[in-house]
Design a protein around this ligand. Sequence first.
Ligand code: SF4
Ligand code: SF4
Length: 386
Amino acid sequence: MKKKTCSWLDSNIRGGIQILNNKIYPCCGPSKPFYDSEDLDYSALSIEELMEKRRKLQQQINEGTACQNCEQIVEKEEEDINVGPITYLSIGLFSTCNLRCRYCYFTHDELSQKLKPERTHLLPFIKRLTEHGVMKKDFSIGLAGGEPTLFEDLPETLKFISDNYEKPGMVLLSNSSITSKTKKIIDVLKDTNERFDKGLYTSIDAGTRATYKLLRGRDLYREVKNNIINYAKNDTFNRITLKYILMFDHSNTSNKDIFGFLSFFKEVMKYQKGIMAMTIDCDMLSKEPFDDKMIAAAGKLYYVATEIFGIEVAFCGGGLVNSTTVGKERIKLLQEYARNYKTARKPLIERFYLLLLGYSSTLNNINRLFKLYKRTIRLIKILYFQ
Ligand code: SF4
Ligand code: SF4
């Protein structure tokens, strides 16, 4: 018999939980939180109760008393539904951050909040979930904030996950601007389980120091660049995604910023052994039209990423998402711009930038091929001669 389930509740689909400050939600959708209390103590939370709340919500969805009309509801055979172990855990226990981005959805008061000791320790909560056996062996964790590197026990937590799970995944949504913290992450992730899939997601949004300072509130462009290059040089993450959020007041849509960012991206690519990806987005708090300057800036980013770097571009997050009608229309416009841009006669300065990016990208690829060739030869030697 078919029954309703929700992708966020069903362990065979997303099977997640979202934690934001003092609230625990069943999903990142419009649902009511399971818990909402200033004094929520994650290290003392009843895990049985939390899991029971998930099962109860599933029952209410079928009774028609919760989440009606949510697009995440699907129908499945009853025996294929499993509101059981957690597949994805999204964690943001505080809003505190060292930056002050103009597009941030936290207020300055929230960003400046003093960190409470019980909110800066993640390990006790992860240990409790592990002791209760409620996380899948290949579960993924999304670490956000505020700024998640401010978790005091982040390195120990990552080590614990690596040691106790067979094939875990992790995405760190960090601004990568705190050098002392990035060094600790490099140290711990160097020696983790080989099957640990580790991703970094950092928004850059500028191609110059001045624009970075204007948009993010602090002059840390150089630090961010060095930190991410260090991550790449130390093979810290399997995947690095750099994001560009376009601002509707055109403060970061100039060629200087767009090509400056692309050159930053290319630098990281030079050292990153794993995957590199780009996310193009626009400020979701603004209601202004996605005008020609926005389309041109997004189109150039898309063109260079897909045609010159040959990498994947994801649209997720704010005003450029595949899941809304407005987002889909904007993506269509920027992709059309990129198609025309490919064959259009470009201003001399843009041709110069593109030539430089193309040249170094080709060198990168040759270098990668050479490394691959050396690795293959080494493997053949091991197989046949040792
Ligand atoms: S049905 Fe929708 S609102 Fe309800 S828990 Fe699932 S994703 Fe959230
Ligand atoms: S880095 Fe993130 S949390 Fe910090 S101010 Fe910027 S948008 Fe907000």
